[in-house]
Design a protein around this ligand. Structure first.
Ligand SMILES: [Zn+2]
Length: 97
């Protein structure tokens, strides 16, 4: 009977991973139904289909769709700040006698 001297049936090799998946944290991504995903999460907290394997496309100029930087979060925040400033200046102008 080979080297399996314990008398117990040998556990299949994939059982270790299956048990790890069972006790893993759950992925909390929102599904198209509006519920949480519930799949086993990878070390970064998301499952294999919700960003667990990779953090996503490169940010900024390294991304293939980069078109000069007008649409970056920073540029958008700058424009928002400037719009708010202009709005406040107009308000102040209206309050003058
Ligand atoms: Zn998920």
């Amino acid at each position: 009977m080979g080297d399996n001297s314990s008398g117990q049936p040998r556990r299949p090799f994939w059982l270790r991973g299956l048990e790890a998946a069972r006790v893993a944290d759950r992925c909390g991504a929102r599904t198209r139904r509006g519920t949480a995903c519930q799949s086993p999460a990878m070390p970064n907290g998301r499952c294999r289909i919700h960003g667990g394997r990779s953090p996503g496309a490169p940010r900024g100029e390294r991304n293939g769709r980069w078109r000069g930087g007008f649409h970056t979060p920073e540029a958008g925040a700058d424009r928002r700040r400037l719009r708010e400033l202009i709005r406040q200046m107009r308000e102040t102008m209206d309050e003058l006698p």
